[in-house]
Design a protein around this ligand. Structure first.
Ligand SMILES: Cc1cc2nc3c(=O)[nH]c(=O)nc-3n(C[C@H](O)[C@H](O)[C@H](O)COP(=O)(O)O)c2cc1C
Length: 374
Protein backbone atom coordinates (compact mmCIF):
# COMPACT_ATOMS: atom_id res chain seq x y z
CA UNK A 1 0.00 0.00 0.00
CA UNK A 2 1.07 3.58 -0.67
CA UNK A 3 -0.03 6.95 0.69
CA UNK A 4 -2.60 7.06 -2.12
CA UNK A 5 -4.63 4.51 -0.12
CA UNK A 6 -5.24 7.19 2.51
CA UNK A 7 -6.95 9.18 -0.25
CA UNK A 8 -9.46 6.56 -1.37
CA UNK A 9 -13.11 7.26 -0.70
CA UNK A 10 -14.49 5.30 2.22
CA UNK A 11 -18.00 4.93 3.70
CA UNK A 12 -19.07 6.12 7.15
CA UNK A 13 -22.71 5.55 8.02
CA UNK A 14 -24.74 7.09 5.18
CA UNK A 15 -21.80 9.25 4.06
CA UNK A 16 -18.91 8.77 1.67
CA UNK A 17 -15.70 10.28 3.02
CA UNK A 18 -13.40 11.73 0.37
CA UNK A 19 -10.32 10.45 2.22
CA UNK A 20 -9.32 8.66 5.43
CA UNK A 21 -7.80 11.70 7.13
CA UNK A 22 -9.73 13.08 10.09
CA UNK A 23 -9.66 16.31 12.06
CA UNK A 24 -10.08 14.79 15.54
CA UNK A 25 -11.79 16.70 18.37
CA UNK A 26 -9.50 19.52 19.54
CA UNK A 27 -10.45 21.92 22.31
CA UNK A 28 -9.28 25.41 21.32
CA UNK A 29 -11.25 27.54 23.82
CA UNK A 30 -12.15 30.40 21.53
CA UNK A 31 -15.92 30.64 21.89
CA UNK A 32 -17.50 34.08 22.39
CA UNK A 33 -18.24 35.34 25.89
CA UNK A 34 -20.50 35.49 27.74
CA UNK A 35 -22.40 32.32 26.90
CA UNK A 36 -19.68 30.07 25.34
CA UNK A 37 -21.05 30.76 21.85
CA UNK A 38 -19.43 29.45 18.64
CA UNK A 39 -18.44 32.32 16.34
CA UNK A 40 -17.26 33.39 12.90
CA UNK A 41 -13.60 32.86 13.77
CA UNK A 42 -14.36 29.25 14.69
CA UNK A 43 -16.26 28.79 11.40
CA UNK A 44 -13.18 30.04 9.53
CA UNK A 45 -10.89 27.69 11.49
CA UNK A 46 -13.01 24.62 10.72
CA UNK A 47 -13.56 25.55 7.06
CA UNK A 48 -9.78 25.93 6.59
CA UNK A 49 -9.41 22.26 7.61
CA UNK A 50 -12.21 20.89 5.40
CA UNK A 51 -9.66 19.00 3.29
CA UNK A 52 -10.21 16.31 5.92
CA UNK A 53 -12.53 13.52 4.84
CA UNK A 54 -14.17 13.73 8.24
CA UNK A 55 -14.18 16.31 11.03
CA UNK A 56 -15.20 16.20 14.67
CA UNK A 57 -15.68 19.40 16.63
CA UNK A 58 -13.87 20.24 19.81
CA UNK A 59 -15.50 18.88 22.97
CA UNK A 60 -18.81 20.74 23.37
CA UNK A 61 -20.57 20.78 26.72
CA UNK A 62 -24.13 19.48 26.69
CA UNK A 63 -25.15 21.52 29.73
CA UNK A 64 -23.60 24.22 31.96
CA UNK A 65 -22.29 21.68 34.52
CA UNK A 66 -20.51 19.84 31.72
CA UNK A 67 -17.81 22.50 31.40
CA UNK A 68 -14.32 22.01 32.84
CA UNK A 69 -12.24 24.59 31.03
CA UNK A 70 -12.74 28.28 30.30
CA UNK A 71 -14.28 29.39 26.98
CA UNK A 72 -15.20 25.96 25.57
CA UNK A 73 -18.37 26.06 23.44
CA UNK A 74 -21.71 24.59 24.47
CA UNK A 75 -24.73 23.19 22.63
CA UNK A 76 -27.57 23.77 25.10
CA UNK A 77 -28.64 27.38 24.40
CA UNK A 78 -30.38 28.84 21.33
CA UNK A 79 -27.45 31.25 20.83
CA UNK A 80 -25.00 28.36 20.79
CA UNK A 81 -27.10 26.43 18.26
CA UNK A 82 -27.19 29.53 16.05
CA UNK A 83 -23.44 29.99 16.43
CA UNK A 84 -22.80 26.38 15.36
CA UNK A 85 -24.92 26.94 12.22
CA UNK A 86 -22.14 29.20 10.89
CA UNK A 87 -19.63 26.39 11.45
CA UNK A 88 -21.62 23.58 9.83
CA UNK A 89 -22.52 25.79 6.87
CA UNK A 90 -18.90 26.86 6.29
CA UNK A 91 -17.67 23.25 6.50
CA UNK A 92 -20.36 21.96 4.16
CA UNK A 93 -19.61 24.70 1.63
CA UNK A 94 -15.94 23.72 1.85
CA UNK A 95 -16.88 20.09 1.15
CA UNK A 96 -16.48 18.07 4.33
CA UNK A 97 -18.59 16.23 6.89
CA UNK A 98 -18.69 17.31 10.52
CA UNK A 99 -19.93 15.66 13.72
CA UNK A 100 -20.31 17.46 17.05
CA UNK A 101 -18.43 15.97 20.00
CA UNK A 102 -20.83 15.92 22.96
CA UNK A 103 -18.91 16.46 26.18
CA UNK A 104 -19.57 16.40 29.89
CA UNK A 105 -16.50 16.68 32.10
CA UNK A 106 -18.16 15.43 35.29
CA UNK A 107 -15.67 15.84 38.15
CA UNK A 108 -12.91 17.35 35.98
CA UNK A 109 -14.10 20.89 36.70
CA UNK A 110 -13.87 23.73 39.15
CA UNK A 111 -16.55 25.49 41.18
CA UNK A 112 -15.75 28.78 39.36
CA UNK A 113 -16.97 27.17 36.11
CA UNK A 114 -20.13 25.70 37.64
CA UNK A 115 -23.60 27.29 37.87
CA UNK A 116 -23.94 29.01 41.27
CA UNK A 117 -20.31 28.01 42.04
CA UNK A 118 -21.59 24.59 43.08
CA UNK A 119 -19.50 21.41 43.30
CA UNK A 120 -19.05 19.59 39.96
CA UNK A 121 -21.13 16.44 39.53
CA UNK A 122 -19.81 12.89 39.20
CA UNK A 123 -20.95 9.28 39.74
CA UNK A 124 -19.29 9.37 43.18
CA UNK A 125 -17.76 11.87 45.56
CA UNK A 126 -14.16 11.12 44.54
CA UNK A 127 -11.88 14.00 43.63
CA UNK A 128 -9.73 13.93 40.47
CA UNK A 129 -5.99 13.83 41.15
CA UNK A 130 -3.10 14.25 38.75
CA UNK A 131 -5.04 16.58 36.47
CA UNK A 132 -5.53 20.32 36.19
CA UNK A 133 -8.41 22.34 34.80
CA UNK A 134 -8.15 25.76 33.18
CA UNK A 135 -10.21 28.52 34.78
CA UNK A 136 -10.84 32.17 33.97
CA UNK A 137 -9.11 34.46 36.48
CA UNK A 138 -10.00 37.76 34.77
CA UNK A 139 -11.68 38.52 31.42
CA UNK A 140 -9.63 36.73 28.73
CA UNK A 141 -7.09 35.57 31.31
CA UNK A 142 -6.83 32.15 32.81
CA UNK A 143 -4.78 29.83 34.96
CA UNK A 144 -4.50 26.12 35.72
CA UNK A 145 -6.26 24.97 38.88
CA UNK A 146 -6.92 21.78 40.87
CA UNK A 147 -10.33 20.28 40.10
CA UNK A 148 -12.87 20.78 42.90
CA UNK A 149 -14.27 17.92 44.94
CA UNK A 150 -17.42 16.63 43.19
CA UNK A 151 -20.76 15.62 44.64
CA UNK A 152 -22.42 12.34 43.66
CA UNK A 153 -25.41 12.46 41.30
CA UNK A 154 -28.66 10.89 42.49
CA UNK A 155 -30.19 8.13 40.36
CA UNK A 156 -32.89 10.52 39.15
CA UNK A 157 -30.21 13.06 38.19
CA UNK A 158 -28.35 10.44 36.14
CA UNK A 159 -31.60 9.69 34.31
CA UNK A 160 -32.04 13.42 33.68
CA UNK A 161 -28.52 13.57 32.26
CA UNK A 162 -29.45 10.91 29.71
CA UNK A 163 -32.23 13.25 28.59
CA UNK A 164 -29.73 16.13 28.42
CA UNK A 165 -27.61 14.11 25.99
CA UNK A 166 -30.73 13.55 23.93
CA UNK A 167 -31.55 17.28 23.98
CA UNK A 168 -27.98 18.07 22.90
CA UNK A 169 -28.36 15.68 19.95
CA UNK A 170 -31.59 17.42 18.96
CA UNK A 171 -29.71 20.73 19.08
CA UNK A 172 -26.82 19.31 17.05
CA UNK A 173 -29.26 18.21 14.37
CA UNK A 174 -30.90 21.65 14.40
CA UNK A 175 -27.43 23.26 14.07
CA UNK A 176 -26.80 21.29 10.87
CA UNK A 177 -24.31 18.70 12.13
CA UNK A 178 -24.04 15.48 10.14
CA UNK A 179 -23.93 13.45 13.34
CA UNK A 180 -22.65 13.38 16.91
CA UNK A 181 -19.72 11.77 18.71
CA UNK A 182 -20.01 10.92 22.39
CA UNK A 183 -16.88 11.84 24.33
CA UNK A 184 -16.45 8.80 26.56
CA UNK A 185 -12.67 9.10 26.86
CA UNK A 186 -9.95 10.77 28.91
CA UNK A 187 -11.42 10.53 32.39
CA UNK A 188 -14.53 12.65 31.78
CA UNK A 189 -18.08 11.90 32.92
CA UNK A 190 -18.85 8.74 30.91
CA UNK A 191 -15.40 7.37 31.71
CA UNK A 192 -16.06 8.16 35.40
CA UNK A 193 -19.08 5.85 35.27
CA UNK A 194 -17.09 3.10 33.52
CA UNK A 195 -14.11 2.96 35.90
CA UNK A 196 -14.54 1.33 39.30
CA UNK A 197 -11.90 3.77 40.55
CA UNK A 198 -14.33 6.68 40.15
CA UNK A 199 -17.64 4.86 40.53
CA UNK A 200 -18.59 3.26 43.85
CA UNK A 201 -22.34 3.64 43.35
CA UNK A 202 -24.71 1.00 44.65
CA UNK A 203 -27.63 1.76 42.27
CA UNK A 204 -28.14 0.44 38.73
CA UNK A 205 -25.28 2.67 37.46
CA UNK A 206 -22.55 1.16 39.68
CA UNK A 207 -21.10 -2.14 40.83
CA UNK A 208 -20.91 -4.78 38.08
CA UNK A 209 -19.35 -3.98 34.70
CA UNK A 210 -22.83 -4.22 33.17
CA UNK A 211 -24.04 -1.52 35.58
CA UNK A 212 -20.97 0.70 35.04
CA UNK A 213 -21.61 0.53 31.29
CA UNK A 214 -25.32 1.36 31.69
CA UNK A 215 -24.88 5.14 31.40
CA UNK A 216 -22.87 4.68 28.18
CA UNK A 217 -25.55 2.38 26.81
CA UNK A 218 -28.43 4.71 27.68
CA UNK A 219 -26.87 7.89 26.30
CA UNK A 220 -25.87 6.08 23.10
CA UNK A 221 -29.42 4.78 22.66
CA UNK A 222 -30.80 8.26 23.40
CA UNK A 223 -28.71 10.09 20.81
CA UNK A 224 -29.19 7.24 18.29
CA UNK A 225 -32.94 7.73 18.62
CA UNK A 226 -32.50 11.36 17.54
CA UNK A 227 -29.82 11.07 14.85
CA UNK A 228 -30.13 7.47 13.70
CA UNK A 229 -27.47 5.09 15.03
CA UNK A 230 -25.60 5.35 11.71
CA UNK A 231 -24.85 9.00 12.51
CA UNK A 232 -23.36 8.35 15.94
CA UNK A 233 -19.76 7.73 16.97
CA UNK A 234 -18.23 6.98 20.36
CA UNK A 235 -14.74 7.89 21.55
CA UNK A 236 -12.75 5.91 24.12
CA UNK A 237 -9.19 6.20 25.32
CA UNK A 238 -8.22 2.78 26.70
CA UNK A 239 -4.87 2.94 28.45
CA UNK A 240 -2.77 -0.18 28.85
CA UNK A 241 0.23 -0.26 31.10
CA UNK A 242 1.87 -2.58 33.56
CA UNK A 243 1.99 0.00 36.36
CA UNK A 244 -0.90 1.75 38.09
CA UNK A 245 1.05 4.99 37.98
CA UNK A 246 1.16 5.00 34.18
CA UNK A 247 -2.45 3.98 33.91
CA UNK A 248 -3.68 7.08 35.67
CA UNK A 249 -5.27 9.16 32.93
CA UNK A 250 -6.71 12.46 34.02
CA UNK A 251 -6.66 11.03 37.52
CA UNK A 252 -8.48 7.84 36.54
CA UNK A 253 -7.30 4.23 36.65
CA UNK A 254 -8.84 1.31 34.77
CA UNK A 255 -8.04 -2.09 36.13
CA UNK A 256 -8.80 -4.19 33.06
CA UNK A 257 -9.12 -2.07 29.91
CA UNK A 258 -9.24 -5.04 27.52
CA UNK A 259 -12.26 -6.69 29.13
CA UNK A 260 -13.97 -3.36 29.88
CA UNK A 261 -13.73 -1.87 26.42
CA UNK A 262 -14.45 -5.02 24.44
CA UNK A 263 -17.63 -5.40 26.53
CA UNK A 264 -18.50 -1.74 25.88
CA UNK A 265 -17.88 -2.19 22.15
CA UNK A 266 -20.24 -5.20 22.07
CA UNK A 267 -23.01 -2.95 23.43
CA UNK A 268 -22.27 -0.23 20.87
CA UNK A 269 -22.18 -2.76 18.05
CA UNK A 270 -25.62 -4.01 19.04
CA UNK A 271 -26.93 -0.45 18.91
CA UNK A 272 -25.34 -0.19 15.46
CA UNK A 273 -23.33 3.01 15.74
CA UNK A 274 -21.40 4.24 12.69
CA UNK A 275 -17.92 4.43 14.14
CA UNK A 276 -15.69 3.88 17.07
CA UNK A 277 -12.93 6.40 17.77
CA UNK A 278 -10.01 5.14 19.82
CA UNK A 279 -7.63 7.74 21.18
CA UNK A 280 -4.22 6.26 21.87
CA UNK A 281 -2.00 7.73 24.54
CA UNK A 282 -0.17 10.65 22.92
CA UNK A 283 2.60 11.71 25.28
CA UNK A 284 6.29 10.83 24.88
CA UNK A 285 7.04 7.18 25.76
CA UNK A 286 3.31 6.45 26.02
CA UNK A 287 2.39 2.75 26.09
CA UNK A 288 1.12 1.33 22.76
CA UNK A 289 -2.18 -0.51 22.45
CA UNK A 290 -1.48 -4.26 22.48
CA UNK A 291 -1.86 -6.09 19.14
CA UNK A 292 -4.52 -8.42 20.49
CA UNK A 293 -6.62 -5.42 21.53
CA UNK A 294 -6.52 -3.93 18.01
CA UNK A 295 -7.56 -7.33 16.65
CA UNK A 296 -10.34 -7.92 19.17
CA UNK A 297 -11.75 -4.45 18.48
CA UNK A 298 -11.94 -5.30 14.77
CA UNK A 299 -13.53 -8.67 15.49
CA UNK A 300 -16.13 -7.15 17.84
CA UNK A 301 -17.14 -4.05 15.90
CA UNK A 302 -18.75 -4.01 12.45
CA UNK A 303 -18.58 -0.25 11.80
CA UNK A 304 -15.77 2.15 10.93
CA UNK A 305 -12.78 2.27 13.31
CA UNK A 306 -10.80 5.44 13.80
CA UNK A 307 -7.47 5.77 15.58
CA UNK A 308 -5.59 8.89 16.69
CA UNK A 309 -2.62 9.64 18.89
CA UNK A 310 0.80 10.58 17.50
CA UNK A 311 -0.17 9.23 14.07
CA UNK A 312 2.07 9.81 11.08
CA UNK A 313 0.98 8.91 7.56
CA UNK A 314 3.36 5.93 7.83
CA UNK A 315 1.72 4.68 11.02
CA UNK A 316 -1.78 5.17 9.54
CA UNK A 317 -0.79 3.14 6.50
CA UNK A 318 0.61 0.38 8.69
CA UNK A 319 -2.63 0.10 10.71
CA UNK A 320 -4.71 0.28 7.50
CA UNK A 321 -2.58 -2.41 5.83
CA UNK A 322 -2.95 -4.73 8.82
CA UNK A 323 -6.71 -4.22 8.53
CA UNK A 324 -7.00 -2.87 12.08
CA UNK A 325 -8.26 0.68 11.37
CA UNK A 326 -10.11 2.62 8.68
CA UNK A 327 -9.73 6.35 9.29
CA UNK A 328 -7.05 8.28 11.16
CA UNK A 329 -7.06 11.45 13.23
CA UNK A 330 -4.15 13.88 13.13
CA UNK A 331 -4.49 16.34 16.02
CA UNK A 332 -1.53 18.64 16.55
CA UNK A 333 -0.42 18.33 12.90
CA UNK A 334 -3.87 19.58 11.81
CA UNK A 335 -3.72 22.52 14.23
CA UNK A 336 -0.52 23.72 12.56
CA UNK A 337 -1.32 22.69 8.98
CA UNK A 338 -4.78 23.67 7.72
CA UNK A 339 -3.94 21.96 4.40
CA UNK A 340 -2.65 18.78 6.06
CA UNK A 341 -4.22 16.31 3.58
CA UNK A 342 -2.52 18.10 0.65
CA UNK A 343 0.76 18.10 2.50
CA UNK A 344 0.49 14.37 3.19
CA UNK A 345 -0.50 13.65 -0.40
CA UNK A 346 2.45 15.54 -1.87
CA UNK A 347 4.84 14.83 1.02
CA UNK A 348 5.33 18.53 1.61
CA UNK A 349 6.98 19.62 4.89
CA UNK A 350 4.81 20.42 7.91
CA UNK A 351 4.57 23.58 10.03
CA UNK A 352 5.41 22.98 13.69
CA UNK A 353 2.65 23.51 16.24
CA UNK A 354 2.93 26.35 18.77
CA UNK A 355 1.81 24.85 22.10
CA UNK A 356 1.35 28.29 23.71
CA UNK A 357 -1.61 29.22 21.50
CA UNK A 358 -3.51 25.91 21.68
CA UNK A 359 -6.05 26.97 24.29
CA UNK A 360 -7.70 30.38 24.21
CA UNK A 361 -6.58 33.63 22.61
CA UNK A 362 -7.17 35.23 19.24
CA UNK A 363 -6.79 34.22 15.61
CA UNK A 364 -3.05 33.93 16.32
CA UNK A 365 -2.04 30.31 16.42
CA UNK A 366 -5.59 29.46 15.31
CA UNK A 367 -6.48 30.64 11.80
CA UNK A 368 -3.11 32.13 10.79
CA UNK A 369 -1.07 28.95 10.17
CA UNK A 370 -0.01 29.21 6.51
CA UNK A 371 -0.93 26.73 3.78
CA UNK A 372 2.04 25.33 1.86
CA UNK A 373 3.65 27.73 -0.58
CA UNK A 374 5.85 26.06 -3.18
C1 LIG B 1 -5.06 21.11 22.00
C2 LIG B 1 -5.74 19.78 22.13
C3 LIG B 1 -7.08 19.70 22.45
C4 LIG B 1 -7.75 18.46 22.51
N1 LIG B 1 -9.08 18.44 22.77
C5 LIG B 1 -9.76 17.26 22.72
C6 LIG B 1 -11.18 17.24 22.86
O1 LIG B 1 -11.85 18.27 23.01
N2 LIG B 1 -11.79 16.03 22.80
C7 LIG B 1 -11.10 14.86 22.63
O2 LIG B 1 -11.69 13.78 22.58
N3 LIG B 1 -9.75 14.87 22.45
C8 LIG B 1 -9.08 16.03 22.48
N4 LIG B 1 -7.72 16.04 22.25
C9 LIG B 1 -7.04 14.79 21.83
C10 LIG B 1 -6.94 14.74 20.30
O3 LIG B 1 -8.20 14.52 19.70
C11 LIG B 1 -5.98 13.64 19.81
O4 LIG B 1 -6.43 12.38 20.24
C12 LIG B 1 -4.58 13.89 20.32
O5 LIG B 1 -4.17 15.21 20.04
C13 LIG B 1 -3.57 12.93 19.74
O6 LIG B 1 -3.37 13.17 18.38
P1 LIG B 1 -2.04 13.92 17.85
O7 LIG B 1 -0.87 13.16 18.46
O8 LIG B 1 -2.12 13.74 16.36
O9 LIG B 1 -2.07 15.33 18.30
C14 LIG B 1 -7.03 17.26 22.25
C15 LIG B 1 -5.67 17.34 21.95
C16 LIG B 1 -5.02 18.57 21.88
C17 LIG B 1 -3.55 18.61 21.49
Amino acid sequence: MTFSHLFKETPLGPYTLKNRIVLPPLTRSRSSQPGNIPNKLMAEYYAQRAGAGFMVTEGTQIEPRGQGYAWTPGIYSAEQVNGWKQVTQAVHEAGSIIFCQLWHVGRVSHTSLQPNKAAPVSPSEIKADAVKVFIETAPEQGALAEPSKPRALSTAEVEELVQMYKAAAINAKEAGFDGVELHCANGYLVNQFISEHTNNRTDKYGGSLENRLRFLKEITQAVAQVMGADKVGVRFAPLFSSTDEERVYLGLVESDPHVTYIEAIKILNNIGIAYLSLAEADWDNAPDLPDDFYQDVRKTFDGVIMYAGKYTPEKALKVLTKGNGDIFGFGRPFIANPDLPDRIKHQWPLNAVDPTSMYGGTHQGYTDYPIYAK
